[in-house]
Structures are given as C-alpha cells and as structure tokens.
Ligand binder design. Structure first.
Ligand code: SAH
Ligand code: DHB
Ligand code: MG
Length: 226
C-alpha cells in the first residue's frame, strides 16, 4: 500500500482542544479511564469527543433502548447511557468477565445501575438469546467488539431494529489499513467485509465518518434502518 504522510501530533492537539472545550470528563469518566490502567486493560475506549458524539446520536434518536456490543470498562457505555431517560435501558455485551466486572464498578460509580445491563458472554452466543427475549426494538446499536464478526453482529442488529434505528460501527478505517486489499490482519479483513456489505445492503442508508484525534486515524460507520 502507498505510504501517506500523517500529522498525528496536530490531530491529537486539535482533539485535545475539542475535548477540553466540549467533552470535558467528570470524575466518573476520568475514573473509568484510570480503571483500565489499574486493571491492565487496553486503552481502546472511544475518545472523549467520540463519546460525546455517541451521546448526541442517542439524543438525536430519542433513544430509550440502546444495545452495545463490546463493553470494555464501560466508557462508551456511560456516555451513551447518560442520554437515556430515567426509565431507559442500555444492554451491553462483554466476553471477558474481568472487563465486565470493572465496567460494572464504573457504571455503578456513574450512578447508572438502573439503566445499564451488562451481559457476559460471547456476543454471537448472547445475541440469539437477546433476539428471542427482546420484544421492543432498539433505537440505537453500537458495534465495538471483535471486528471479524461485524457482519454477523450487524445482521443480528437488523433483527432487533425498526425503521429509523441507528447502527454505529466503530473502527472501520483502522489507520487507513482498510485500503490494503492484501492485508492478512483478521480485524482489517473483518471491517473490509463489513464495509463492502454495507455498500450493497438495501435495508439501510449508510456512510462512514472518518475520525482523527487522540485515538489516531479511524472511522465510524453509520447506518439508518430503512
Ligand atoms: N466500547 C468500549 C470499547 C470496547 S473494546 C468503549 O469504547 O469504551 C472491545 C471489547 O469487546 C473488549 O472488552 C473485548 O473483551 C470485547 N469483546 C471481544 N470479543 C468479544 C465477543 N466475541 N463478544 C463480546 N465481547 C467481545
Ligand atoms: C481496538 C479495538 C477498538 O474497539 C478500538 O476502538 C481501538 C482498537 C483493537 O482491537 O485494537
Ligand atoms: Mg472501538
């Protein structure tokens, strides 16, 4: 693949400016970020400005029911759940019991226990159970777990959607590696397969929002169910 120049320092500085102005972290979010280091978990949560964007998507959707796949320490969970009304509900799926435990502590500290339900297990095992038990569709769905089965996560998401549901998928550009058709990285292959599927899926209206900032160069796919 061709080499393209980047200006990561500038992108980080500008993102820091945006985060400070418009996505300042309160104690619950700052403690969630710290909890990842304390528990030796990866710092791969969405950035503050991306968390704010997810929060705004939930507000725009008037979301009362949110599904998240991939909890980690609950950082994006907190941003999303804070957009819910008091009787709203966010279900988040996490494979690693340790991650789920840390996330539960963070969600509790944020005062969101009543709204947030963390389900432990492989998403592809939990999604069929969820689809069987859930009667009401989700208003917003955030895909952010392992990238290989993104297409399958999307198909389950469609089953639990209604016209107007917003489906957001994180990390679909991966520093531009998505352009490398010879990539052997399973995560890159996963998002390539996902983006191609989106381009031909008539069930949704979709685009990709490229992002640069403190988390590098990536992108979020946005799909509204028709
Ligand atoms: N959404 C989080 C970050 C999630 S990181 C945030 O922005 O704050 C991805 C998470 O998905 C990790 O915690 C990982 O353990 C989890 N995960 C990976 N494979 C999974 C699977 N098959 N099912 C459910 N969760 C999975
Ligand atoms: C990775 C996963 C993510 O969800 C993310 O936002 C950044 C990185 C990863 O697996 O490397
Ligand atoms: Mg992500």
């Amino acid at each position: 693949m061709k080499w393209y120049p980047m200006n990561q320092e500038l992108f980080s500085a500008v993102d820091h400016y945006i985060n400070t102005l418009l996505a300042p972290q309160d104690e619950a979010l700052a403690a969630t970020e710290r909890s990842l280091d304390e528990a030796n978990m990866p710092q791969i949560s969405v950035s503050p400005s991306q968390g704010k964007l997810l929060h705004m998507f939930a507000l725009l959707c008037n979301a009362r029911r949110i599904l998240e796949i991939g909890t980690l320490g609950g950082y994006s969970t907190i941003w999303l759940a804070r957009a819910l009304p008091a009787d709203g509900r966010l279900i988040t799926l996490e494979y690693d019991p340790k991650h789920a435990e840390v996330a539960q502590q963070n969600v509790t500290r944020a005062g969101l226990v009543a709204q947030v339900d963390i389900r432990v297990g492989k998403a592809l095992d939990v999604l069929p159970q969820l689809a069987a038990e859930e009667t009401e569709p989700f208003d917003l769905i955030f895909l952010d777990a392992d990238k290989k089965p993104y297409v399958e996560y999307f198909e389950w998401s469609l089953q639990m959607s209604r016209p107007g549901t917003l489906i957001v998928a994180d990390n679909v550009i991966r520093d531009g590696q998505v352009l490398n058709s010879n990539s052997t990285d399973p995560s890159v292959q996963g998002v390539q397969r996902f983006n191609t599927m989106l381009s031909t899926n008539t069930a949704v209206t979709a685009t990709i929002l490229p992002t640069v900032g403190v988390k590098g160069f990536d992108g979020m796919a946005l799909a509204v169910v028709n």
